[in-house]
Structures are given as structure tokens and as C-alpha cells.
Design a protein around this ligand. Sequence first.
Ligand code: SF4
Length: 347
Amino acid sequence: MDASADTIPTALLDWYDSQARVLPWRSPPGAPATEPYRVWLSEVMLQQTTVAAVGPYFAKFLARWPTVSDLAAAEDAEVMAAWAGLGYYARARNLLACARAVAARGGSFPETEAELRALPGLGAYTAAAVAAIAFGQPATVVDANVERVIARLYAIDEPLPAARKPIRVRAERLTPAKRPGDFAQAMMDLGATVCTPRNPRCLLCPLADHCIGRRDGAERFPVKPAKAAKPQRKGRAFWITRDHAVWLVQRPGLGMLGGMRALPDDGWSARSDGSAIAPLVGTWSAAGLVRHSFTHFDLDLQLMLYSGGDLDRLEGDSGEWWPLDRIAEAGLPTLFAKAARLALAQR
Ligand code: SF4
């Protein structure tokens, strides 16, 4: 067996005994376990939310619904309203479903990770956390903090998400039979306060002597996946003016920039063969390229200026003549605001 599988938990628990964060949902190191309702409630609230933000909500929920059965008996709307501001509202719905399932079995949570996992809305992480922290089961708890600590300790070179498997294997090997709940919380605390994403404080770390990643530049672990190149799209936008006003349209409600005011365009297909139909027959000249990056693709938008005269045909379209001197008030999305700036610079 890896010698570090014994020495690392011991070193970490020694550190935790003096450095544990004091949190409202926690028992002090070595004290009897916190009751499962509190552990579960705090872990659900802490998903995607900071410790500081959770504090007042945790206190409010406990004051209003002191037991899981009290929570189970609450009206849905009451609980949703109490959750308002914490975000990710599916968590509140899952919270209620789980509370009612626990109430239906007499108000006590099951003790094993597998049984906890079978409750509605309880994912692998929360099931392991409740099993370890509330019931002292040797369950391995891996959140983003733990993932970072383990990836650094063992200098796991594989990028995420493939690295999750070796990280879990290493974490399982380290999970001690004694004090697994404190061990899980110690790992979380180490990740949150010492082995931080940026500038880890290795000089203060109880695991520094065992840490391989530290010698290798700790911040590069866990290794991030290579960014996939974004698809490139091309398109054209049309700038048509009359009497110091520009023709703007309302984009369809669904789809990119839905419902926003915009220049007419050709729908930005992947091709740039110029075959898309311009809104008017007449003389068009290319005025330059607007480059814009969306989350899922990059766009090169060719701006076209109209210099024909057949403007009455536009009137039937769903658009409006917008005064050029009030273009800043049109609420154009960034892409079209860039295009407007380019067009105005050429006047
Ligand atoms: Fe993280 Fe540094 Fe500790 Fe390694 S020595 S676990 S990199 S804080």
C-alpha cells in the first residue's frame, strides 16, 4: 500500500484539528457528527453558491423548518420564496422532493451512500457528503476543491474531464476508516483556504512534503481540457439610410439576439458566396468587416452600404427608420453597434 495513504490523512486531520473553518452547519473537529438534516441542507445550498451567501439562508430555513419533516410539510410556494436569491431553483424543488421522501420514511435519512443516492435529487457528491459527515461512513467526497488538491498532490497530468477517474481512485485510497467526515471537510477546507486555484499557499500546507505537483508548478493542475476551436461563420449586414435615418429591423423572437433591434442581415450562414438576398435591389458597396465572437462561434460580418434609391419597398417590412443622431439609443446588440460605428465612420 502507498505509504502516503496513511500519512496524508493523518497530517491533514492534525491540521484540521487546529485550522477547521467554523461554519454554522458544522460540528467542531472530533465532536459528534452534525445531524443529517443540517448536513444535507447545507450541502444542497452550497452547490454553486459561496459559503458567505449560504449562511443567512441556512439560518432562515432552520428557524422556519427545524426538522426535515417540517420542511416536507411546507407549501411549495413558501419554500421557493424562501429560496429566492440563492439561484439554481431546481435545487429548491429537489430539496422539497427529497424532504418529502425522507418524511415518508419516518423523518430519518438513510445512512449508506447507496441508499442516500436513491433519494430524489441527491447526486453522488451530496450522498457521499451526508454519508461521511453525518453518519461517519467511509464515503469519498470529491468536489472541485478536493479535485484540485488531489490533482496537485499526485501531479495528475491527464486533462479534465478524463482526470476525474484517477482523481477519484486516489481520493478513495486516501479516505480513512476513522473520521471520514472530518477528513472530507478537511480536504474541502484545504482546497478553499490553502490549495486555492491561484497562488496556493504551499508553505502553510500540511501536505507539502507529499505533494508532487508543488514541484511541478502547482497552478497547472488540474490540467484544463484544450479549448476546441470555434466554428467560423460569415454573413452580411445591410446599412440603408434616408434623410439622416437608418433602416432597423426587429429580429425574430426566437434565436440569436431574439427580439432585439438590428440591421437587416442575411442570417449568417457558414458560406460567404454572396448569394444571400439583400433587402433591396440596387447598388451595394462593401464597407468593411465586423468581427465578433459569440459563445459558440466566431462571426465575420461584411457590412454592405446601399446607394440605390428604391426605398419605398422597405416600408412594408417590419422595420423602422431610426434617426442617426440617436443611434446610441436604439439598443443595438454589440455586433450591430460595431457595424453601425463602422458605417458612421465612413460618412
Ligand atoms: Fe496544494 Fe501546495 Fe499543498 Fe500541494 S503543497 S496540496 S499544491 S497547497
